[in-house]
Write a protein that binds this ligand. Structure first.
Ligand code: ADP
Length: 405
């Protein structure tokens, strides 16, 4: 079975086509600058030279058409006909309280995703355009939606409610949802397989540290708490996002600096975090380089980033009354041995001993980086949200086919 995975943004669309017989990626690529006159399609097939095409792609329907065309193209394609695509899986950022797991797209599901536009105004409308574009190009193909929030729907009310008037939850569903759920689930499942223990018998703290960053406490295989909240702004200090701050800073800054709500929103989402403190970059590689060059602000940014992450790990250890496994994943978590070493340095009282050599080794494989005698096992697990979307899509479509006989 061939599964097409799509991650549609407002002006971009990323895709992968999977052969589920061995879960291999046959081809992948992206369309950028949708809606502009010089849109770019980049198409990659393992073992072949990448293809890049610049043309006018004014909407998502045309973007999906171009993707389908290139997949069956005699020279650049990997499929003999579009009928080989048996299902399409979409990444959807916000599933609210309605979606506790991935589902097959129906008219009701589409309506519910629309109802959630308010909670994810930048993301869900773009995902909906992706779904509609697949409807237009592949009308007979089943579609599945996989939500970033779904894995965290197991959080108990004490973790997901804010201590603010309950009427706001009842009327507007203001609560903590959490994000990166697909990634946190994927890496915790991989960690259990690598360690040869059932996930539901482990207490795991999973750190997804990329441009966006979140930590999740996973007990009995379920998310019991996570650092992002109503939006992906809460929690850790990130590349350009502040993470946790005193909410009173918002009205205070608006008054003192005569800023509008949208300016404060932009300040906290786009001009804070590593970028704001270092004055240099939101990219961890440049922060580390700055530290090595003796830049004091880069050093302070790194220390704050590590300190805030370590405090979250400590609080989740308390939330679960201990933990067995600590996982690092995503761009920074997978690649920065400096970050991992700095975080683990302050966690030795838990009985966590990092192996410095293993930590420094570079690899794209999931691996243990703690010493053999360490009470807590530390792992680096490369995340693969697209594969999880392909798997969920495959399973749901196969089950539906069985039911239909
Ligand atoms: P996103 O949240 O956009 O999916 P990623 O998970 O791809 O982000 O992470 C991107 C970030 O990973 C970059 O901004 C960069 O800071 C960081 N990164 C990538 N490679 C390295 C590296 N070798 N060392 C430190 N940080 C890295």
């Amino acid at each position: 079975m061939k599964i097409l995975v799509i991650n549609a943004g407002s002006s971009s669309l990323k895709y992968q086509i999977y052969d589920m017989t061995d879960e291999s990626v046959m081809a992948s690529g992206r369309v950028e600058r949708i809606g502009m006159d010089s849109s770019i399609l980049t198409h990659e097939v393992p073992g072949r030279q990448d293809m890049r095409d610049v043309s006018e792609i004014l909407d998502h329907v045309t973007a999906v058409k171009r993707v389908v065309d290139i997949l069956v193209d005699p020279q650049h394609g990997v499929l003999s006909s579009i009928h080989e695509i048996e299902a399409v899986g979409h990444r959807v950022v916000h599933g609210g309280e309605s979606f506790k797991q991935s589902v097959i797209v129906t008219p009701e599901v589409k309506l519910e995703i629309r109802n959630l536009f308010d909670l994810a105004p930048l993301h869900n409308p773009a995902h909906m355009m992706g779904i509609t574009a697949v409807d237009a190009n592949l009308p007979d193909v089943a579609q599945v939606v996989v939500f970033d929030t779904a894995f965290h729907q197991t959080m108990p009310p004490k973790a997901y409610l804010y201590p603010i008037p309950m009427v706001l939850y009842r009327r507007h569903k203001i609560r903590r949802y959490g994000f990166h759920g697909t990634s946190h689930y994927y890496v915790s499942d991989m960690a259990a397989k690598l360690l040869g223990k059932p996930l539901n018998e482990m207490k795991v703290i999973s750190c997804h540290i990329g441009n966006g960053a979140s930590v999740t406490a996973i007990e009995g295989g379920q998310s019991v708490d996570t650092s992002m909240g109503l939006t992906p702004l809460e929690g850790l200090m990130m590349g350009t996002r502040s993470g946790d701050i005193d909410p009173a800073i918002v009205p205070f800054t608006m008054t003192k600096e005569e800023l509008t709500l949208s300016e404060v929103n932009s300040m906290l989402n786009k001009h804070s975090g590593l970028m704001a403190i270092s004055g240099l970059s939101s990219d961890m590689r440049e922060i580390v380089q700055g530290m090595d060059d003796g830049d004091k602000n880069a050093t302070l940014a790194f220390e704050m980033y590590v300190y805030r992450l370590r405090k979250y790990i400590g609080s989740y250890a308390a939330a679960m009354n201990g933990f067995d496994v600590l996982i690092f994943t995503a761009g920074v978590g997978e690649n920065s041995d400096r970050l991992r070493a700095a975080v683990c340095e302050g966690l030795t009282f838990f009985g966590l001993e990092l192996d410095e050599e293993l930590n420094k080794q570079r690899s794209r494989e999931a691996r243990v980086i703690s010493k053999p005698g360490s009470r807590i096992q530390v792992l680096v697990v490369p995340t693969n949200e697209e594969l999880l979307i392909a798997r969920d899509t495959y399973e749901l479509v196969r089950e539906a086919e069985k039911v239909q006989g």
